[in-house]
Design a protein around this ligand. Sequence first.
Ligand SMILES: Nc1ncnc2c1ncn2[C@@H]1O[C@H](COP(=O)(O)OP(=O)(O)OP(=O)(O)O)[C@@H](O)[C@H]1O
Ligand SMILES: [Mg+2]
Length: 768
Amino acid sequence: METPLAAIPLRGMVIFSGMIHPILVGRDTSMRALEAHIEHNTPLVLIPQLDDAEEDPTRARLSQVGVLAQVLRVARLPEDHYRILVEGMKRVRITSPMRVVDGMNEVDGDLLIEAVDDPIELAAVARQAATMFQEFLLQNGMTAEDHAALATPPAEPARLADQLSGQLEISQDDRIALLNEASLLRRLERLVELLAVALAGQRLTAEVFAKVQGQMDKSQKEYTLKEQIKLLRKELKELTGDDEDGDQFEQRVEDLNLPEKVREEATREVRRLDRIHQDSAEYTITRTWLETFLEYPWNAVTTDHSDLPTATAVLDEDHYGLEKVKERVLEYLAVRQLNPGSNGPILCFVGPPGVGKTSLGRSIARALGRSYVRVALGGIKDETEIRGHRRTYIGALPGRIIRALTRAGTHNPVMVLDELDKLGNDFRGDPSSALLEVLDPEQNSAFVDHYLDVPVDLSQVLFVATANVPDQIPAALMDRLEVIELPGYTEEDKLEIARHFLLPRQEERHGLKTSSLRFTTPALQTIVREYTMEAGVRSFERQLATIHRKVARKVVEGKTSPTVIGPAQVSKFLGPQRFYQELAERGDLPGIAIGLAWTAAGGAILFVEAAKMEGKGGLKLTGSLGEVMKESAEAALTWLKSHASLYNLDATAFNVDIHLHVPAGAIPKDGPSAGVSMVTALASLLLGKAVRQRLAMTGEITLRGKVLPVGGVKEKVLAARRAGVDTVILPRHNHMDLDDIPRVLRRDLTFHLVDTVEDVLAFALAEG
Ligand SMILES: Nc1ncnc2c1ncn2[C@@H]1O[C@H](COP(=O)(O)OP(=O)(O)OP(=O)(O)O)[C@@H](O)[C@H]1O
Ligand SMILES: [Mg+2]
């Protein structure tokens, strides 16, 4: 040929005419040759190297014959290589040594001239070769139906020779020899020889294989088949250039130690992913499912710390006081340790906000060395929130339980089911029935989430529940729970918690040193009394955080002297006082009594106000009172009317309209325990006598004037003290609850136990 040819020396392969094959081009001079071909149409010749080991193409010994090539596709790889797909065209005899010109390989060459063979001999040998080739393909596991095109050898002898040369498993030297052979007859003769060897080898392998196969058991066979499938799939991927996700998924599923049924399901999905088109919606669904599936911590577990002293230390480190609660937790842990499979009840911490229910859960996790997750149940109305949506749903997700476990990263975490009492339900199904299954040891070893749709073992999860009020917990769930009450803290408790827990934590969070900020005890008291009104310590901590934040700012602005917070400084940082001890404000007018209520937020004091006006004996009730409370008001009035003579009230005293109001109307109030305060307010009003100062009361009344016991005494007493009450009237039957009340409270408060309404009035309306 007149012009020089751009050359790419090939290592370890020979491209024959008609053969399409990918090649990796990475050596500089070869890449330049390729570029010259692409940019300037310089003819490109592929020349096999005689010595594969030679890295430097310019020093390599090359075959005398190469092949002109057509480049079908070019891809530039990131690591500065080309991957090209070439088709071999015509053979070229190389007539010069290879040289480097402008950085590229260059040779001279002419089209190879074929020798002239005896046509009859040629036809006979070609037929022979074709028959053997067909046998070879069949032996190789290809059937004529499957691969008609491949299995039917080309009729034209030259094409047959090229195809055979490319396809037979023969040595590189044999290939180069075939490439260099100018006579078609001699090429075919050589190929017949090579085919004979290949067929003999094949027969031998088949025999050995049959023999070995007899010995293989089913699982080995399965293994071999799987390996073969993997290989084939990989080859297919390389050919089509698809990404390798399928393989990765398969490997990842295999690497997990899964229960048989689960593995089968996952493998089925991996297979499916391979079969469906990447752009289809189903592909995305299946892929997302697989990813979610693989994220689940199937095999991740932690080993529990087993010594109780450490657990005790951790619980004490995280929480002040709460002795009874901690004791119960330790007993619980001890039982679990002795009998890991025990189906004990599930601990449920019940109490007002901010008393440490949720954080106790975290502490239990730390004590055991387990991971911790919290599932907020507040406001969940729908079963699918717990159990997930079917995966065909648009945007489907697993339920909260599975998501929580995925977040935990282990399948034996401590899981806090927070705010169990706020669980709702509606027409979309009852979430509590799904939760019941989660908590039931009989069923939870094979919990099926709608989305994952494979059984998941929840039996190793340590569930802990929390709630503000026990009576809102669905009854079926209540059955599985052991309720542990956290009643709320006294002011003294709060100061201790602040000193040992809240202040150190805030200091650390705000990067302050103890030396730069100090609180006096009266300051802390002021914050508790005048800036918070709560059973727990949450808003107390928030107030402390506010002060820390402001001090931190001062420090950054250059203040170096330590800040000492006394009671006077508090309002500088927190603004005007938020809560007043309301008692002082109410004065001593007749018709006002103080009741004690027990709400989800802990105890609270409740004012019951009565007023009269001209009328005919009507009773008007306001302040969002529930049915039961309204009935107590009626009962209170009836009792008074029927015992009017005891108090020297004549019939005309009741010829008025009475309005009974319980302020703070936004808070719904119900329950019978305001009975005594209602009767007291009414009697006080009608008798024109003010109720004893700083007195609060609780108790249900009957029409006959008996005072019945009530619940939540400790909460109520704590609230009374917070509000500045010094005397509390309690039903006599509640005297046992007094044992639970901390000594500091008993020191500050006087308790007056009563049996009847008469006792109440005698005490409440006595001249102080
Ligand atoms: N006894 C205690 N010792 C130390 N810190 C406490 C104690 N009690 C509560 N705290 C702290 O008070 C904060 C509020 O507690 P937590 O969030 O556990 O309250 P909760 O009882 O779950 O309230 P809610 O009912 O509102 O969820 C936490 O930072 C917790 O560490
Ligand atoms: Mg909580």
